[in-house]
Design a protein around this ligand. Structure first.
Ligand SMILES: *[C@@H]1O[C@H](CO)[C@@H](O)[C@H](O)[C@H]1NC(C)=O
Ligand SMILES: *[C@@H]1O[C@H](CO)[C@@H](O)[C@H](O)[C@H]1NC(C)=O
Ligand SMILES: *[C@@H]1O[C@H](CO)[C@@H](O)[C@H](O)[C@H]1NC(C)=O
Ligand SMILES: *[C@@H]1O[C@H](CO)[C@@H](O)[C@H](O)[C@H]1NC(C)=O
Length: 127
């Protein structure tokens, strides 16, 4: 198994366990669950994988350098929301990244939205 497949598998495992809430998680109003510990680490792996997939497409190259907050919400798939510092190679920006995964779809099963402080536009890509 190569590295990329391994990462994809990890990503799917995050999603697979998305409906389960563990005891140390504090449910947030509106169905958002704040992630901590292992599930936060798995969600960050999904973030890194998705950002590298974005970079191999026509998207910008971003590296997550400081993830401060991750929440998940189960909505026909799982929606992850990250408060994260992104590094595009020349600048570091505070951004909100939303990754919506519906892993059972072969096409358009991943949507990523990136909104950064001080920027008007929002990046929105689906694959
Ligand atoms: C990560 O972000 C938090 C909140 O913005 C900040 O307090 C902390 O110093 C940052 N850590 C690093 C390593 O940049
Ligand atoms: C994380 O984000 C959630 C949803 O936006 C918010 O309710 C919560 O207070 C945040 N937690 C921290 C530690 O910033
Ligand atoms: C990084 O972001 C800054 C600010 O948005 C922009 O000016 C710069 O061109 C970007 N660099 C790359 C390599 O995309
Ligand atoms: C995926 O999205 C593209 C662009 O919106 C669309 O053309 C295509 O039909 C979609 N594929 C499926 C299987 O929905």
């Amino acid at each position: 198994m190569n590295g990329m497949k391994m990462l994809t598998l990890l990503g799917l495992m995050v999603v697979g366990s998305g409906a389960l809430a563990s005891a140390d998680e504090v449910p947030i109003v509106g169905g958002h669950t704040q992630l901590s510990g292992e599930r936060k680490e798995q969600a960050i792996t999904l973030l890194d994988t998705t950002l590298s997939q974005l970079a191999t497409g026509d998207g910008p190259t971003y590296k997550a350098v400081n993830v401060t907050n991750v929440t998940s919400q189960v909505v026909a798939g799982t929606l992850y929301t990250y408060q994260v510092e992104l590094d595009n190679g020349s600048d570091k920006k505070d951004c909100t990244v939303k990754i919506w995964t519906q892993p059972w779809l072969k096409e358009n099963g991943t949507n990523i939205k990136i909104k950064c402080e001080g920027e008007d536009g929002e990046l929105d890509r689906t694959w």
